[in-house]
Design a protein around this ligand. Sequence first.
Ligand code: ZN
Length: 76
Amino acid sequence: MTTWDYSRPAKPNESERSTDGRNKIFYCKLCLNPSYSCQSLTSARYHLSHSHQIKVTDTETKAKRLRKIVYRIYRP
Ligand SMILES: [Zn+2]
């Protein structure tokens, strides 16, 4: 499980990305009323561990590194 496995898709009236478009907004799957959202995975992880006692062992750094490599390969 990664942090993103605990996120839900944005609702039609919610934005999927932060105002500058750089960060994907994390919406907590377990918090529906009220809903919880944040713009950083650090906050999301903190929220999961403190509100839901879920410790996420993330592979995010690896995924990020992989994306960077892919980007480099396909760059014109
Ligand atoms: Zn939550």
